[in-house]
Ligand binder design. Structure first.
Ligand SMILES: C[S@@+](CC[C@H](N)C(=O)[O-])C[C@H]1O[C@@H](n2cnc3c(N)ncnc32)[C@H](O)[C@@H]1O
Length: 327
């Protein structure tokens, strides 16, 4: 059994920092957990008590429209269907594949040709940059006819490229790759989208449809142990870029450093770029920039050559890619 008092604190923090003003339902439910001994005790028994995982597991069972709406409904639901929630939480992990993040990563990509690797890729939807349409205010780029339309409010001197860089090769790496042809796995991806976020759900469905015609390759593997093998496969005719978003935070500090070491080591054979979009404080050796309002992710680009690293802090970003403030 975990520590219910710790769970209560964790859920209160999640409510206040991640849900407030962004999802009334999750704000209400997370806050109710922070005041409910019974539900907090239930969650404390789970192998991974993360708020997103708990709430996505309930949504997997109910669908977005029929989730418990209040703390008392949540407690009743856990009493009635706790075994099912336990089963989902025991077998799934948070795998939110958020294509909106392509908008905040795009300005950090070098001009093509690019050989692209994403670690923690989930279904690999963020590898498909050129299949989406981007709207940065009045500036439009990408696939004009795409049903995946990414709107991003940009401030500061964002160096928008004239076109999406040409990607000559791409691979994802994930401990649990999601196959876009697997209906249960897709249902889980959709359950990871917060219920009121209708536009996010609609564009995720469109991105999954687009991916089904020609899915990205996402290899099963660990972002440290299996990265060197994948990097060795990258063709020489593109600038090698390794990127991740909302993924490094899922591994320990030691593993984050080990990941950085793998990249430094690989750069003794060829230059590479590491592009990161993570909560501040996650990427080793970068300062934890003060988060500003809803812009809590830090986009950073590290150039590696011959084992040496040069880091650039590029921007603060909304966690789901809705806004970008260039530094
Ligand atoms: C929150 S999802 C983000 C997915 C995607 N990067 C995005 O931004 O849409 C985090 C992903 O990291 C993966 N992951 C967690 N630990 C990992 C590890 N040690 N090695 C590879 N992937 C990992 C999870 O399976 C999950 O698919």
């Amino acid at each position: 059994m975990g520590d219910p008092a710790g769970i209560k604190r964790q859920y209160r923090q999640f409510a206040e920092t991640e849900c407030k003003g962004y999802s009334d339902l999750y704000y209400r439910l997370a806050l109710s957990v922070s005041e409910d001994d019974e539900v907090a005790g239930f969650i404390a028994d789970m192998p991974v008590p993360q708020p997103n995982l708990f709430l996505a597991s309930i949504q997997m069972l109910t669908g977005p429209a029929a989730m418990p709406a209040t703390g008392s409904e949540l407690r009743a639901f856990v009493r009635r269907r706790g075994d099912e929630v336990h089963a989902v939480m025991g077998t799934r992990r948070t795998q939110t594949n958020e294509v909106g993040r392509c908008a905040v990563l795009l300005p950090g990509l070098p001009p093509g040709p690019v050989a692209l690797v994403e670690v923690g890729a989930s279904a690999g939807l963020c590898l498909l940059f050129e299949r989406y349409h981007y709207e940065f205010g009045s500036t439009r780029l990408g696939a004009a006819s795409s049903r995946v339309r990414l709107q991003c409010t940009a401030t500061g001197p964002v160096p928008l490229p004239p076109t999406v860089p040409r990607i000559v090769w791409r691979r994802g790496l994930d401990v649990r790759p999601i196959d876009v042809h697997d209906d249960e796995a897709v249902r889980w991806l959709l359950a990871c989208v917060w219920p009121e976020h209708h536009e996010r759900r609609r564009r995720l469905e469109a991105a999954i449809d687009a991916a089904r015609t020609d899915p990205p390759v996402v290899r099963a593997g660990d972002l440290v142990d299996d990265l060197p093998g994948l990097l060795a496969e990258a063709p020489a005719d593109g600038q090698l870029v390794v990127f991740h978003s909302a993924a490094l935070s899922y591994v320990s500090r030691e593993r984050r450093q080990a990941f950085a070491d793998v990249l430094a080591h690989a750069s003794k054979r060829r230059d590479l770029i590491w592009l990161a979009n993570e909560a501040t404080g996650v990427v080793p050796e970068l300062p934890a920039a003060a988060p500003s309002g809803s812009l809590r992710f830090l986009v950073a680009r590290m150039h590696f050559a011959n084992g040496q690293r040069r880091s650039e802090l590029l921007a603060l970003a909304h966690p789901h890619g809705a806004a970008l403030a260039w530094l």
